[in-house]
Write a protein that binds this ligand. Structure first.
Ligand code: SAH
Length: 349
C-alpha cells in the first residue's frame, strides 16, 4: 500500500481536487474539511455525516495527524496552561496557552527539539529530532481549543524549534490557520520568532507577510552574541541587521527584537548604549525578557532594577521598549522544559 496522505496539511482546493478525482462530489471535500478544521476530529469515524464506507475508504488513503494531551499544567498564578502533547509517532511537543485581556494566545512549536544551540535555551539541548508537519502544528492549536472549549485569537511561533528552518511547513501551517474555512485567525495576530536565518529572511520579505516578525537578538555585538548564540558565527550582527532593515523596507512593518536579560552577560548600561546605537533609526521595538532560569544552565535573570535601567537607556535613545511579563512561572512554561523533564522521567523509570 502506498503511504497515506497527511489530510490535515492539505488546503481545501487540494482536498477537493483529490476527492473529486476519485469520483466524489465536491461538497464532500467541504464536509471533510469542516470536520478537520472546524470540529477538530482526529478519527474518520467521528465524521458522522459520511457513510461508513466512505469513512473506511478515507482512512485507507489518508491519515489525520493529531496531538493528544499527555500532560497539562495550569498555573495557579495566572491561568497559563502548558500542554505536553503526544504525536502519532510517539514524539512529544510543547504548547502554551495564555489568557490576556484581548483573548487567548497560543504559543506553538515548529520542530521537535532544535539545532540552534542557544546556550540559555532548554529546547535545544537534545538537538532537533525532526520538523513538524503543518498538520502537527495546527493540531497544537486545535487540541487546546477543544480541550478548553475556547477560540484562540492570537498565535506566536515561539515554542520549540526554529520556524525558518522548517520554512515550507510553517508557511503552509499559517495558510491553513488563517484560511476562512478553518480557524480564520487574522495574520495580523500572528508573531513568528527567529534567531535570524538570513537567507530565509530574504525569502520571507518577498511574501510581504502581514504577521509580526520577532528576531532573537539577545546581544548588542558579535562578541557577546557568538558566546550565547552559535547562529551568530554564521551571520554576523551587521549582516543580520542589514537583512532586518531590508525586511522593514520591503514590508513596511516594524520588527520586534527579543532580548533575554541575563545577569552579567548582556545587561550592562554599556550593552544598552551599544544596542541603542545599532538600532537607531530603525522601525523596530525591543522586547526585554527577564531570562527564564532553566535547570540545565547557570544563567541568572537580571534584576528588576537592571531591566528598568536598560529599558530607560533604550527609551532615551528613542527606541520603543517593553518588558515582557513572565507568565506561568510555577508551571515551567518556558521553552523545552516540560518535554525534557518528561524524557528524563521516562528514562529513569
Ligand atoms: N528559534 C526561534 C524561536 C524560539 S523561542 C528563535 O530563536 O527566536 C522564542 C524566544 O524565547 C526566543 O527569543 C528565544 O531566544 C527565547 N528563549 C529561549 N530560552 C530562553 C530563556 N531561558 N529565557 C528567556 N528567553 C528564552
Amino acid at each position: 500500500m502506498s503511504e497515506r496522505k497527511d489530510i490535515r496539511s492539505m488546503t481545501l482546493p487540494e482536498l477537493t481536487e483529490d476527492l473529486v478525482s476519485s469520483g466524489l462530489p465536491k461538497f464532500r471535500a467541504k464536509q471533510v474539511y469542516d470536520w478537520l478544521h472546524k470540529k477538530y476530529v482526529a478519527e474518520f469515524d467521528e465524521m458522522t455525516n459520511l457513510s461508513k464506507d466512505l469513512r473506511e475508504t478515507l482512512a485507507e488513503q489518508y491519515v489525520i495527524y493529531d496531538a493528544k494531551v499527555l500532560q497539562k499544567r495550569v498555573s495557579a498564578i495566572d491561568g497559563t496552561v502548558k500542554y505536553l502533547y503526544e504525536l502519532n509517532d510517539g514524539n512529544t511537543v510543547e504548547t502554551v496557552l495564555m489568557k490576556y485581556k484581548y483573548g487567548y494566545s497560543v504559543c506553538v512549536s515548529s520542530q521537535i527539539g532544535c539545532d540552534m544551540g542557544c546556550t540559555f535555551c532548554a529546547s535545544t539541548i537534545g538537538g532537533c529530532e525532526r520538523d513538524l508537519r503543518p498538520s502537527e502544528i495546527l493540531a497544537q492549536v486545535y487540541t487546546a481549543q477543544r480541550d478548553m472549549d475556547i477560540r484562540v485569537s492570537h498565535l506566536v511561533l515561539m515554542g520549540m524549534g526554529e520556524p525558518l528552518l522548517n520554512y515550507d511547513n510553517v508557511m503552509r501551517f499559517l495558510e491553513l490557520l488563517t484560511c476562512e474555512d478553518g480557524v480564520n485567525l487574522s495574520m495580523r495576530h500572528v508573531s513568528l520568532s527567529t534567531c535570524g536565518i538570513v537567507p530565509r529572511l530574504y525569502d520571507l520579505m518577498e511574501l510581504r507577510p502581514q504577521f509580526t516578525l520577532s528576531v532573537s537578538l539577545h546581544a548588542p555585538n558579535d562578541d557577546i552574541r557568538r558566546r550565547i548564540m552559535p547562529v551568530a558565527k554564521r551571520w554576523d550582527i551587521e549582516t543580520l541587521l542589514k537583512a532586518c532593515r531590508d525586511y522593514i523596507a520591503a514590508t513596511n512593518r516594524r520588527i520586534s527584537f527579543e532580548y533575554a536579560m541575563m545577569s552579567g552577560v548582556n545587561d550592562s548600561d554599556e550593552c544598552a548604549r551599544e544596542l541603542a546605537s545599532r538600532l537607531k533609526g530603525m522601525l523596530c521595538h525591543v522586547n526585554l525578557i527577564p531570562a527564564n532560569e532553566v535547570r540545565e544552565n547557570d544563567y541568572v535573570r537580571s534584576s528588576d532594577e537592571r531591566l528598568t535601567a536598560f529599558a530607560s537607556i533604550l527609551e532615551r535613545s528613542g527606541i520603543t521598549t517593553t518588558v515582557r511579563r513572565t507568565l506561568g512561572p510555577d508551571i515551567e512554561a518556558s521553552c523545552g522544559q516540560l518535554r525534557r523533564n518528561h524524557a528524563k522521567e521516562m528514562t529513569e523509570k
